[in-house]
Design a protein around this ligand. Structure first.
Ligand code: FES
Ligand code: FES
Length: 186
């Protein structure tokens, strides 16, 4: 008889809200990263794995906080259980649907398309998350027009895109900021 034993994978219950739907409780390995949970357990594969080290921000999702603010969260450097009880929006939850079931893009998604902001699109879901958080912040804390360019730079600066020159992403976000009432003053 063999002395080999099959290693046990330690799990514990996990639940959260993803794209407005309650998920769990379900048993999830304690050391599973959030991006793997999204991909393997929920089939939400629009969040992309890039560097896996917290640098490229391709894996960023939006996190809704209890105070109503939203922040960016990277899913490659935090375990799934870090998000237990949290409220997350992935790229799959950004677009809505009209009465006929057709996708209705957010202003940011539409602007990225209109400006041809991405090429391969690997970084795009992370940029959508960053721009969504940025525009939401501007709605609550408008800025002067003169400060807009540097504010966009600060908001997108951490996101790496290997295909484009970033300019079209910046132009798209600028357009949304200028066209969204209350974001830019003066
Ligand atoms: S894949 Fe998460 S920061 Fe690069
Ligand atoms: S569009 Fe290819 S990495 Fe950004």
């Amino acid at each position: 008889m063999s002395n080999n034993t099959i290693p046990m994978i330690e799990t514990k219950p996990l639940s959260m809200i993803i794209n407005g739907e309650k998920v769990g409780p379900m048993d999830v390995p304690v050391d599973m990263m959030m991006i793997d949970f999204l991909h393997e357990y929920l089939d939400l594969t629009g969040t992309h794995f890039g560097c896996g080290q917290g640098i490229c921000h391709a894996c960023t999702v939006v996190e809704l906080q209890a105070d109503g603010n939203i922040i960016e969260s990277r899913t490659c450097i935090y375990g799934a259980h870090f998000f237990n009880g949290k409220n997350i929006i992935t790229i799959e939850g950004q677009a809505g649907k009209d009465a006929e079931g057709k996708a209705t893009l957010t202003a940011i998604q539409q602007a990225f398309i209109d400006h041809f902001a991405f090429q391969c699109g690997y970084c795009a879901s992370g940029f959508v998350a960053a721009a969504t958080v940025f525009i939401d912040r501007l709605k609550k804390q408008p800025i002067q027009r003169v400060n807009l360019e540097s504010a966009i730079e600060d908001a997108l600066n951490d996101h790496i895109c290997r295909c484009t020159g970033y300019v079209r992403y910046y132009e798209a976000v600028r357009q949304v900021a200028l066209e969204t009432p209350g974001c830019v003053i003066g």
